[in-house]
Design a binder for this molecule. Sequence first.
Ligand SMILES: [Zn+2]
Length: 280
Amino acid sequence: MSSNSRRPRSRNRPTGFVLCATLLLAHAPSAVATPAPSAPTSTPVDAPPRALTCLAKWYPVLTPTRLEAGWGVRLPDGRAFLFDDGQQKSFARKLEAPDLEDTLSLPYRTGPIAPVVREDDDPGRIRFDPLFTATYGDAEARVDVVPIRFLGQSLKVHRKVEPVFQRLAARLEALVAKDASLRPFLTNVGGTFVWRDVANTRRRSAHSYGVSLDLNTARAHYWEWQRPRQPVRWRNAVPQVLVDAFEAEGFIWGGRWYHYDTMHFEYRPELLDPDCAPAR
Ligand SMILES: [Zn+2]
């Protein structure tokens, strides 16, 4: 599958404002005009970081906002957060107290499945909870889930990502029709909506929002299950075609993590969109 076909489709993002800005520039007075005394003298175009604009494309609850200390976001409830808080953090600290920029700091790579051997190379495990609670709901009763049929099973997923799950189901149905050996991975799937914390932490699990799915646990490998516990030794049995199908619809896969969780898929289109990679 080409890398193009794997790119998640943009959801109803208007490009009009970009176009308008371009037109305005094109029709601006010629460069010889003297700026008015009140014109800003700092950066001529004070635009938000590209990664932040990209993130707001996938999560329209985010309004990029110029804050005193730099670019940030405002949420519908009025709270504002810096995009980059400027702190140097260990990986553990990024998990516990990330800013939005930290959540994008580890590149997610598609392509041929390969063992993950670099310690803490876990793109997607860093999550900024206010973004997810604002997008999907901040309490179990406020997560708007709908039932779907998924390869003969009934699952509950968030209403906002229901079309994504439908497209995914259609892709997987087509694959199973061609290759029946894939079906055991897709039986007893679950975990799409479970309001809970990540085991042994106070962080909200991605399963709390109805945007994740676990394959059949009998065909999965998970770093927490391995014995002895250390060192972490990556293992996987999930076939490439299944991973490709999920990634094509904007899901990341826990098999691309050092702390591997090969049953786990999670809708995180920002990590599959090259425009969301922070500048280095
Ligand atoms: Zn999971």
